[in-house]
Design a protein around this ligand. Sequence first.
Ligand code: IMP
Length: 206
Amino acid sequence: MELWVATSNKGKLAEFRALLEGRGVEVHSPAEISIYSSPLENGDSFEANARIKARALKVFKPTEWVIGEDSGLEVAGLDGLPGIHSARYAGERASDAENVAKLLKMLKIRSPNNRAARFRAVMVALSPQGEERIYQGVLNGQIAEQARGQHGFGYDPIFIPETTSDQPEMVNKTLAELPPAIKNRLSHRAQALRQWAEDQQIFEAR
Ligand code: IMP
């Protein structure tokens, strides 16, 4: 099966490929379509933006599975920001490091003692027949005082995922300090993609 994922984010694509590895799914991206240009993400929710991306790519791949994914970090002490603005929090062409620096600065000013946060991902999947299905994932955690770790992308160096008592090796580690395989077991994106894959009987339902 071919799956077209409407993203130019290399970190996200690597996660999609890792999650579906060995499952008979070839993951493609718009980078393979020379005349494709990314749509304006002017929706007011993750779902609206995921739909904009999915539909823009579906024009080029009408008979294939297409997934549009939108995700971001919601910080309680910042009233849910950066949310849908996560990629551009520190400005239109901001780097991951600039976004992280702005978030740490804003949290220090606004709410240094409430560091609760969550990653959210929403996927709009369009089938070869043109039907739409929506999948979501949430990963709860805390914002670290400082960036730590080299793995992943985006806000991974400042996000400490919630752990359970049987995961002592994860305590107080940021996503960027944890091996990518662990992030791919837990992440908001993995949760949403797993549901799509279960619906396609690519993964067994849990
Ligand atoms: P999008 O490509 O417009 O959906 O932007 C999502 C942005 O949210 C990314 O550029 C990151 O800044 C952030 N983000 C989403 N998922 C993750 C993740 O798994 N780790 C770190 N940052 C993420």
